[in-house]
Design a protein around this ligand. Structure first.
Ligand code: 13P
Length: 253
């Protein structure tokens, strides 16, 4: 049985007070509603991590993620955050290669390869984002585009390290647009990703890799999307900012 994961990516939202309120609400709902079969991950802005970490301590299935991490171990990189710092405050996951970072901060497959290594070397698990633009989808080259992202950033890993990676397929045209991929489109791409992984690492490894869907996922469409046999959960943006919506998505399995 593969893990099931629903991760909330807050992006650049929430003051400290708002973030802690949201965390408390999510924690209470997860406990009160006995949600224990899905790993819940909160990917908060850097400055919230340490305080959120304290609020989720002792809560069995709520975990902490950063939204990014520098590729260097430490040193003179003003304004950057290292994997060791993230680990020291209790983060267990790090989102890497979100399309917003690829686009606005020029993150390349090669850079993300380095960041993946840094994160794994620190014992953290990357949530590695991939996904195509509308232009690529319309040109029908989306499968090869996404497979290339995976090949260039992840396929240097040995099977053991690769098994720790969570993949998040987020078609760029579905992010924050209200236009979600259909459940067929999501399942089709997730299956293609799993096949690509199987070709490199074998079917056994491929069967264990968690592949999340992201892009305008909300309570009203989550169960249909999560029903895909290769869809193991979601990476949720906008809807993760409202505790009730986020928890309803978690309960959509
Ligand atoms: P939305 O759910 O707001 O479309 O964002 C998805 C996303 O980018 C999660 O990382």
């Amino acid at each position: 049985m593969r893990e099931k994961i629903v991760a909330g990516n807050w992006k650049m939202n929430n003051t400290m007070e708002e973030g802690l309120k949201l965390t408390s609400e999510v924690v209470h709902m997860v406990e009160d509603e006995s949600i224990n079969q899905v790993k819940v991950i909160l990917a908060t802005p850097f400055i919230h991590l340490s305080n959120v970490s304290k609020l989720i301590q002792g809560v069995d299935n709520v975990y902490l993620a950063a939204q990014n991490c520098n590729e260097h171990k430490s040193g003179a990189y003003t304004g950057e955050i290292s994997a060791a710092m993230l680990k020291s405050i209790g983060a267990e996951f790090v989102i890497l290669g979100h399309s917003e970072r690829r686009e606005y901060f020029n993150e390349s497959n090669q850079l993300l390869k380095e960041r993946t290594d840094t994160v794994l070397n620190e014992g953290l698990r990357p949530i590695f984002c991939c996904g195509e633009s509308l232009e690529i989808r319309e040109a029908e080259t989306h499968e090869s585009f996404v497979c290339q992202q995976l090949t260039e950033s992840l396929f240097h890993l040995d099977a053991d390290s690769f098994s720790k990676v969570v993949i998040a397929y987020e078609p760029i045209w579905a992010i924050g647009t209200g236009k979600t991929a259909s459940s067929e489109q999501a399942q089709e791409m997730h299956a293609a990703i799993r096949t690509h992984i199987a070709q490199k690492y074998g079917q056994e490894v491929a069967n264990e890799i968690v592949i999340l869907y992201g892009g305008s996922c909300k309570p009203s469409n989550a169960s249909e999307i999560f029903a895909g046999k290769d869809v193991d959960g979601g990476l949720i943006g906008g809807a993760s900012l409202k505790s009730r919506d986020f928890v309803d998505i978690i309960k959509s399995f």
